[in-house]
Write a protein that binds this ligand. Structure first.
Ligand SMILES: [Zn+2]
Length: 151
């Protein structure tokens, strides 16, 4: 048995707490997010090829860009994405967003990442490079940098 407490922050910084390690889950990814209005939950429009993903909105409003357009998920609501379904969530409300993401199996690979490339002027495959406390994305087509985020 493993028990973990999540302390909700009162600041405005991005909060990301992966909990699968602390809870030693075998088959389930558990990630806790806090986001300011307008901030994305994950950095890319993406799909997992084998993992299904459920988002539980604990507070605020999440707006998910999907293949069928934007879908709003309010406080107390859940949304599930099957393997292969494209999505990217963001804080689409005026208040702080607190959301718990559950994924099974725990390993989110393989996955496809897309980001809008300023050079190609379209959404292209994004290649992440991690290091020095940040992740940098480059366009797979032309090599341009398409994003840079601190952990
Ligand atoms: Zn490009």
């Amino acid at each position: 048995m493993k028990k973990v407490a999540i302390e909700r922050s009162d600041g405005s910084a991005r909060v990301f707490k992966p909990l699968a390690g602390d809870l030693e889950t075998d088959g389930l990814a558990i990630n806790y997010f806090e986001r300011a209005p307008g901030e994305h939950i994950g950095d890319c429009y993406h799909r997992h090829l084998e993992q299904e993903e459920v988002f539980y909105v604990l507070s605020g409003t999440a707006t998910f860009e999907t293949e069928d357009g934007d879908v709003e998920v309010g406080t107390g609501e859940l949304i599930r994405f099957a393997p292969g379904e494209w999505q990217q969530g963001r804080n689409g409300g005026d208040d702080r967003l607190v959301v718990l993401a559950l994924g099974a199996p725990r390993d989110d690979e393989p996955m496809d990442l897309r980001r809008t490339c300023p050079s190609c002027e379209e959404r292209t495959p994004a290649v992440p490079e991690e290091g020095n406390g940040e992740v940098v994305f480059h366009c797979e087509v032309c090599g341009a940098e398409t994003g840079r985020y601190a952990w």
